[in-house]
Design a binder for this molecule. Structure first.
Ligand SMILES: NC(=O)c1ccc[n+]([C@@H]2O[C@H](COP(=O)([O-])OP(=O)(O)OC[C@H]3O[C@@H](n4cnc5c(N)ncnc54)[C@H](OP(=O)(O)O)[C@@H]3O)[C@@H](O)[C@H]2O)c1
Length: 347
């Protein structure tokens, strides 16, 4: 039976959990994070497409067979973690909710829908209380970019934000990661390689994010998501955001250069102290050693690394800062954020 009370919690303290897209890059990370964080699981159902029929994945040393997503997949399920793309979410998340489950969806299908909270727990966990069955996990570049900016925004409103992203292959899923490895191997061997997943050669190259460009704005879909989602998560429809999203040949952690302009003057030391005290963030900011956030050091970490905090010299008014962040978007940008939301739904 569907639950109709806004903000309803999971029916059981040890929920029955389904992962839709369990075989993918985010899905496999979800398996690891549920185990690592000791999330109580009565039963785990692993769901994917017919391509994965017969595959077996491991959860807490137990082998679990992957099932093909179908009409009966959500019977008895309390929590459905979706990481299978927008189309699958649109088709199946409402069915999971009708079976009484809470859905946490990693795709963009519902992020901007009214009645669907878009949540980064470090920023707006209170929004979870308003869900009507579906909670959306934000875009990975948005989560990595704005989680460290929230403590600044809360203290001294950011009125304008310019972001440049350096996005890893993992953002394109398991197949894009495999393509980066294969393309790099072929390049080093001097062998020809034809990209199949991404639109351009990826080894020793970078290119503009491969999503559709809106002719009206010149922004691609990824950039538009970052703008809209920042406004929704911050609860600030007026914040002015400009973004350039770039794919770089890094396996699995995004980096972002940010320049922000606050309403009042802001000092780099003040920002450093705010970020150092913020949950989910860790300062890596050592100019003497030229040691700043790097994707390799962010890989596998829960915290978003933040550094290069300095005045923006192009703004002599003292209202602006620049900084650089790196975060593992398969973890904080997707699976970890989803499990953090799920933890807040336990009865
Ligand atoms: N990668 C990231 O960093 C990231 C971050 C935030 C959000 N997301 C979002 O999370 C979702 C998954 O991304 P990913 O990177 O994990 O992609 P992925 O590695 O390509 O995995 C996709 C998963 O979805 C399953 N799937 C695809 N079509 C399906 C269908 N019709 N029915 C059932 N299962 C289906 C796949 O199953 P098969 O193996 O059987 O094909 C696979 O398990 C996407 O919506 C993505 O936008 C990704």
């Amino acid at each position: 039976m569907p639950n109709t009370e806004p903000g309803f919690r999971l029916r059981r303290a040890r929920p029955r959990v389904a992962i839709v897209g369990a075989t993918g890059a985010v899905g496999r990370e979800l398996l690891g994070i549920l185990a690592e964080r000791d999330f109580p699981v009565e039963e785990l159902r692993l769901l994917a497409s017919p391509r994965s029929a017969g595959r077996v994945l491991t959860f807490r040393d137990h082998d679990i067979g992957v099932e093909v997503l179908g009409e009966q997949s959500f019977a008895g399920v309390d929590l459905a973690l979706f990481s299978a793309g927008s189309g699958t979410a649109r088709d199946w998340a409402p069915i999971a909710v009708r079976h009484g489950a809470v859905v946490i969806d990693n795709s963009s299908a519902f992020r901007m829908s009214p009645g669907v909270p878009l949540v980064v727990p470090e920023i707006n966990a209170a929004e979870i209380a308003h869900h009507e069955g579906i909670i959306a996990n934000p875009n990975c570049a948005a989560i990595i970019a704005i989680t460290p900016l929230w403590p600044i925004h809360r203290r001294n409103r950011i009125r304008r934000l310019i972001l440049s992203t350096y996005q890893a292959a993992s953002g394109g899923g398991a197949a894009a990661m495999d393509e980066l490895v294969a393309a790099t191997g072929a390049h080093l061997a001097g062998a020809p390689f034809t990209p199949r997943v991404l639109p351009h050669p990826y080894a020793f190259n970078l290119f503009s994010h491969d999503t559709k460009i809106d002719p009206a704005t010149g922004y691609n879909d990824e950039e538009t998501k970052v703008i809209n989602e920042t406004r929704k998560i911050f609860g600030d429809a007026e914040i002015r955001v400009g973004v350039t999203c770039i794919r770089v040949p890094v396996l699995r952690a995004h980096a972002v250069a940010a320049t922000l302009e606050c309403e009042r003057p802001i000092d780099p030391e003040e920002a450093r102290a705010l970020i150092a005290a913020a949950p989910g963030c860790r300062l890596v900011d050592d100019p003497a050693a030229n040691h700043f956030p790097m994707p390799l050091e962010a890989t596998g970490a829960d915290d978003i690394l933040v550094g290069r905090i300095r005045r923006d010299l192009s703004d002599p008014s003292g209202h602006s800062l620049s900084l650089f962040v790196a975060g593992d978007q398969l973890r904080k940008g997707a699976a970890l954020n989803a499990v953090q939301i799920a933890e807040r739904l336990l009865p």
